[in-house]
Design a protein around this ligand. Structure first.
Ligand code: PEP
Ligand code: MN
Length: 338
C-alpha cells in the first residue's frame, strides 16, 4: 500500500501515520519524490483499510500496490529515480560511465588507470578488491590491501569508487572506501548480503544474476530498498544461455522492461555481457540505444597482463574512441555525455 502526502506535510502528521502503520504490524518507508512524499507500506498490508488512512491529516491519496516488488516498482513511484553520488548523478539525463580494471592488482596499476580515466572525464572508478572467481585457484583479489589502494586513488584523483562486497563480514571496511557498493551477479540472491549492503546507506549497484529473471532482479533490489536505502543502481551484465560463442548473452530486452516496471536506474555492462574486448563497443552502443542510464566498462592499460578479465578489457585508446561515439549517440536517446 502507498500513502501519498503533500510534499510539505508537517513532520508530526507523517510520524502519526507511521505510528499507525507500525501499530498494525507493518513497516513504513519514506520515498522521496519530486511533487509528493510517498509512504510505502510493506508487510501484511491486507489487514490495513485504505479509509482509515484517507481520513488522516495531510493524506492526499491511498493506493494499493499490486506489484510484488513494492518499493522499487513504478506503481510506488512514477518518476525515474536519480541517484546522487557526491554530486555525480546516475539515472538523469547525463549518461553515467563507470570504468576501471576488473581487479585491483597493484598501486601502480590502479594509479595509472585512474589517472588516465580521470583525464577522460570519468567520475566513477571501478575495481574489485574482493573477487568472486569460478575457480578457487584463480586470483582472488588483494582484499584489504586492495581497498587501501582504492582509498588512496580516490583521494589522489577525486574519483567515486565502485567496488564489490563479497561477503557480509567485510561490509564495514568496503563501505568505508566504496561510494557505490557493487553486488556481483553470483551474489544477486544472497539476501543476507543485500540487507547488509542496504543498511550501509551507501549507493548499491546490483548486478543481474547469471540465471535471474528481471522479476528476480527487482525482488533482490527490494531487499535493499526494504532497509530504507533507495540508492540502488541495477546492472544488466548478461545471462547464461545455450550460446557459447560469447561469455554471456547480454539481455538488452531487460533495459526497456526494467524501465517499464521500476523507477530505478539501470546500467549495462557489455564487458561481462559479451566477454570479447573488441566487441564491447558495439554492445555498449546497443545498451545506450536500448535506453540504459549508462555503462560499466572494464578498462586496463595492459589487458594482456591483467590478472582477471583481460580478454574483455578495453585499452584506454579503444575506450576513448567509444566515449567519442557515445557522445554522438547520446542526443539521439535524449541523453547527454559531458
Ligand atoms: C565484475 O564486475 O568484475 C564481475 C565479477 O562481474 P559479475 O558479478 O557480473 O560476473
Ligand atoms: Mn570482471
Amino acid at each position: 500500500m502507498l500513502i501519498l502526502l503533500e510534499l510539505d506535510a508537517p513532520r508530526e502528521d507523517i510520524e502519526r501515520i507511521k505510528e499507525k502503520i507500525k501499530a498494525m504490524g507493518c513497516n513504513a518507508h519514506e520515498i522521496p519524490g519530486d511533487s509528493k512524499l510517498a509512504l510505502g507500506i510493506t508487510g501484511s498490508t491486507s489487514r490495513l483499510k485504505e479509509d482509515d488512512f484517507r481520513i488522516m491529516k495531510s493524506v492526499q491519496e491511498v493506493v494499493r500496490v499490486s506489484q510484488k516488488y513494492k518499493l522499487v516498482g513504478r506503481e510506488m513511484k512514477k518518476e525515474d529515480t536519480i541517484i546522487d553520488v557526491n554530486g555525480c548523478k546516475i539515472g538523469g539525463k547525463e549518461l553515467a560511465i563507470i570504468a576501471g580494471p576488473c581487479s585491483v592488482e597493484s598501486r601502480d596499476q590502479v594509479f595509472k588507470i585512474a589517472e588516465i580515466l580521470k583525464k577522460m572525464g570519468i567520475n566513477f572508478f571501478r575495481a574489485g578488491a574482493f573477487k568472486p572467481r569460478s575457480s578457487p585457484y584463480s586470483f582472488q583479489g588483494l582484499k584489504e590491501e586492495g581497498l587501501a589502494i582504492l582509498d588512496e586513488a580516490k583521494k589522489e584523483f577525486d574519483l567515486n569508487i565502485v567496488t564489490e562486497l563479497l561477503n557480509p563480514y567485510n561490509t564495514k571496511e568496503v563501505a568505508e572506501v566504496a561510494d557505490i557498493i557493487q553486488i556481483g551477479a553470483r551474489n544477486m540472491q544472497n539476501f543476507a548480503l543485500l540487507e547488509e549492503a542496504g543498511k550501509t546507506g551507501k549507493a548499491v549497484m546490483l548486478k543481474r544474476g547469471l540465471s535471474a529473471t528481471v522479476e528476480d532482479l527487482l525482488l533482490s533490489a527490494e531487499y535493499i530498498a526494504a532497509q530504507n536505502n533507495f540508492n540502488i543502481i541495477l546492472c544488466e551484465r548478461g545471462i547464461r544461455t545455450f550460446e557459447t560463442s560469447t561469455r554471456n548473452t547480454l539481455d538488452l530486452n531487460s533495459i526497456p522492461v526494467v524501465k517499464k516496471y521500476s523507477h530505478l536506474p539501470i546500467l549495462v555492462d557489455p564487458s561481462h555481457g559479451i566477454g570479447i574486448g573488441e566487441k564491447v563497443p558495439p554492445m555498449a552502443m546497443a545498451g545506450i540505444a536500448a535506453g540504459a542510464d549508462g555503462l560499466m566498462i572494464e578498462v586496463h592499460h595492459k589487458p594482456e597482463e591483467a590478472l582477471s578479465d583481460g580478454f574483455q578489457s578495453l585499452t584506454p585508446e579503444t575506450f576513448e574512441k567509444l566515449l567519442n561515439k557515445l557522445k554522438q549517440l547520446a542526443p539521439v536517446v535524449d541523453k547527454t555525455l559531458g
